[in-house]
Design a binder for this molecule. Structure first.
Ligand code: F6P
Length: 245
C-alpha cells in the first residue's frame, strides 16, 4: 500500500497574466503554497503510517489466536500495544517517499521546503510542461488576435494540435514522452508526490483514472489543488484538497 499525490506548481508570475510556457519563478503566494504543501504531505505521511501500523497490528493479533492472548496481562497489554503501534508507525513513516518535479523553476521552487534528508527528490525533464514552440510566453488573447486560425484549430482539436515552431508539442506528443514515467510510477512501491504542470497533470491523472485521451485536455485542474490517487480492489478513489489562505 502506498500514497500517490499529484499537484501543479504554486502560482507563478506568468500565471498572473495568463502567459503560457516559459520558465517563470513563483509569486509569494506560490511560495506559501509550496511551504504548506510540505506540511500537508508530512502530515498525510504520518497519518498514513499510523493507519498502516494499526492494520499490521490487527493482522498480528489475529495471527496469535486465543492461547497467546490469554497469557497477556491486560493492564500491561494496553501500554505494550501503544508502544508497538508507535514504533511500527515511526518505522513506516521513515520509509522512502519520492518527490518528483519537472526541471522548470516554478516546479522545483514548489518543492523547496522538502528536505533531501526526509524525501528522495528527483527533477525530471519529462515532467516539463507542453512546449508551445513559437507561442511560448504569449497569452491566449494574443494568440487569438495574432494567429486566429491557429487558435481555432487548437480549440477544435486540442489533442492532436501541435504548436508550430521549434520543439512545439501536442497533447499526443506529451502522452508519448510520459509513457516511460507512467510505467515507472506503476512499478515503484514507495509513496510519491509529483509536482508538475497543467498538461502533464491532466495526462497522469487521466491515465490513472482511465479517462479517454479525448477527454484529458479538458480536465479541470486548478493550481493549489492536491490530488491523492488510491487504487482500490474495484476501481480507484480520488481525494482532492484545495489550499486556501
Ligand atoms: O497556463 C499554464 C499552462 O501550464 C501553460 O504553460 C500551458 O501551455 C497551458 O497551461 C496548457 O493548458 P491548455 O492545454 O488548456 O492550453
Amino acid at each position: 500500500d502506498r500514497q500517490i499525490f499529484v499537484t501543479r506548481h504554486g502560482q507563478s508570475t506568468d500565471n498572473l497574466d495568463d502567459r503560457i510556457g516559459g520558465d517563470a519563478s513563483l509569486t509569494p503566494l506560490g511560495r506559501r503554497f509550496g511551504k504548506a504543501l510540505e506540511r500537508f504531505i508530512s502530515q498525510q505521511r504520518k497519518s498514513f503510517a499510523m493507519s498502516m501500523a494499526r492494520r499490521k497490528q490487527e493482522q498480528l493479533e489475529d495471527a496469535y489466536g486465543f492461547d497467546k492472548l490469554d497469557l497477556l496481562d491486560p493492564s500491561h497489554d494496553g501500554e505494550a500495544r501503544e508502544e508497538l503501534l508507535n514504533k511500527t508507525a515511526e518505522a513506516l513513516s521513515s520509509s522512502q517517499f519520492t518527490v518528483w518535479t519537472s526541471m522548470l523553476k516554478r516546479s522545483m521552487e514548489t518543492a523547496a521546503s522538502f528536505s533531501p534528508e526526509d524525501y528522495d527528490i528527483k527533477h525530471i525533464r519529462y515532467l516539463n510542461e507542453i512546449n508551445s514552440g513559437g507561442r511560448e510566453c504569449m497569452t491566449y488573447e494574443e494568440i487569438q488576435r495574432l494567429y486566429p486560425q491557429e487558435f481555432k484549430a487548437r480549440q477544435e482539436n486540442k489533442l492532436y494540435y501541435r504548436y508550430p515552431g521549434m520543439g512545439g508539442e501536442s497533447y499526443i506528443d506529451v502522452i508519448h514522452r510520459l509513457q516511460p514515467l507512467i510505467i515507472e510510477l506503476e512499478r515503484m512501491t514507495q509513496s510519491c508526490l509529483i509536482i508538475t504542470h497543467r498538461v502533464v497533470l491532466r495526462i497522469i491523472l487521466g491515465y490513472l483514472l482511465d479517462w479517454s485521451r479525448e477527454e484529458m485536455p479538458h480536465m479541470l485542474v486548478p493550481i493549489h489543488t492536491v490530488y491523492e490517487y488510491r487504487p482500490k480492489p474495484y476501481g480507484s478513489e480520488l481525494k482532492k484538497w484545495r489550499y486556501v489562505e
